[in-house]
Design a protein around this ligand. Structure first.
Ligand code: FSX
Ligand code: SF4
Ligand code: F3S
Length: 390
């Protein structure tokens, strides 16, 4: 019975996606550029590569493989959705994560296809011209564009620590103004989602998250930087559904941030067996043992890095031999402790009233340093813990 019900649900969803794609198809293309097929071919990818990519995104969004052709169709009409991408206070690593300009992936090529109306790193315009382009895009696509914002936003009496362009608008003014008329708002990266490194103590610029300067709903795509997969997946989800995805308590899409790094880590077997790297370069490190004792914060961090990886799926921090530093969690610079030390018995507080992984972390801390027992004790604590967001 359940199977029948699920099939019916998917049938309905399939129909709804199809209708949405057909509706988008009728909208004018923003600029007559190359089709996504042409862009992909010019960059050395085959149709087979493209379909494989569409299949991977479909699976990532937890849709059955029968949706793959529809996903491919959806990408083709992605050029109907105008995107405005603003930079606030940050390192531009989020843009860099996506672009991989030296060796573009299909994910980054999608951004050659969409109608990116304003992106300071990529556009050729500068000065007055750039400001005018932004204003024109907001005016022309009012209520239709997707706003993507990268970076923390200086506020309060230090708001002017970030000013952009000839008119000296502050970042806060600019992000607020663009948010007002957006159809959907994505905070790309931990800085925009939670304040990030700018907001780390003592936060000299009073940097805040994008969600603090607009009353409109913001979808957070954290990570410092987030993977290209999570950026493109968020875009494709919006394209297909036309609505906000299911979000956790920190407004992160559940399809990407539902599980802990630790849940799907390839070193997890070693954690469970109590086999740890004691210091970098030791025998355990050579054998690929668990990095918990050299500071991995994977048990407290919600993200899909171990599954989706970075740089076209090449690797991710733990695979490269360094523990997760918790970069997709709020205030991780201040709350995750020393980078290459376990949280141990230090209390782990966040400013979010003890949500997130705090409860688990405290319990791990209590059982730590009885070396052989740690794997089992921590595992038990973690298994007993349920994500409070669900
Ligand atoms: Fe922040 Fe993005 Fe970290 Fe950098 O711009 S999320 S500092 S990787 O790049 O905002
Ligand atoms: Fe992987 Fe880190 Fe968990 Fe060890 S502690 S299993 S390295 S996520
Ligand atoms: Fe960040 Fe940890 Fe992934 S440091 S990139 S959330 S493995």
């Amino acid at each position: 019975m359940n199977i029948t019900k699920t099939d019916t649900t998917y049938d309905t969803l399939h129909k709804e996606f199809k209708e949405r794609i057909d509706k988008l198809k009728k909208l004018p293309q923003m600029d007559r550029k190359h089709s996504i097929e042409e862009i992909i071919e010019e960059n050395g990818f085959s149709r087979r590569d493209f379909m494989k990519w569409a299949g991977a995104i479909t699976a990532m969004l937890s849709l059955p493989s029968t949706f793959t052709p529809l996903m491919a169709e959806a990408v083709k009409v992605a050029d109907r959705l105008p995107i405005i991408w603003l930079h606030m206070a940050e390192c531009t690593g989020c843009t860099e994560s996506l672009l991989r300009s030296a060796n573009p992936s299909i994910d980054s090529l999608i951004f050659n296809h969409v109608s990116l109306e304003y992106q300071e790193t990529l556009m050729t315009a500068s000065g007055w011209q750039a400001e005018e382009n932004l204003e024109n895009a907001i005016e022309k696509y009012k209520g239709r564009y997707i706003l993507m914002v990268e970076g923390g936003i200086p506020s309060a009496d230090t708001e002017h620590y970030l000013t952009i362009g000839g008119h000296g608008h502050t970042g806060k003014e600019s992000a607020h103004h663009a948010s007002e008329h957006a159809a959907a708002i994505f905070a790309i990266g931990t800085c925009s989602a939670f304040g990030g490194v700018q907001a780390a103590a003592p936060n000299p610029s009073n940097a805040v998250a994008l969600s603090e300067i607009t009353s409109k709903p913001v979808i957070n795509v954290p990570g410092c930087p987030p993977s290209e997969k999570n950026i493109v997946g968020t875009l494709m989800h919006y394209l297909l559904y036309g609505t906000l995805p299911a979000l956790d308590v920190y407004n992160r899409p559940k399809w990407a941030y539902r599980l802990r790094i630790h849940d799907l880590c390839e070193r997890r077997g070693h954690f469970d067996a109590g086999e740890f790297v004691e210091q970098f370069g030791d025998e355990g490190a050579k054998d690929g043992f668990c990095l918990y004792k050299v500071g991995c914060k994977g048990p407290y961090t919600f993200n899909n890095c171990s599954k989706q990886k970075f740089n076209q799926g090449t690797s991710w921090p733990v695979q490269a031999g360094f523990g997760c530093i918790g970069c997709s969690e709020p205030n991780f610079w201040d709350t995750m402790g020393t980078v290459n030390e376990p949280l141990s018995n230090k209390l782990y507080h966040t400013t979010f009233g003890g949500l997130g992984a705090d409860a688990t972390a405290d319990r791990i801390g209590l059982s730590l340093l009885t070396a052989t027992a740690v794997g089992i004790a921590a595992h038990a604590a973690i298994s007993a813990y349920k994500n409070p967001k669900e």
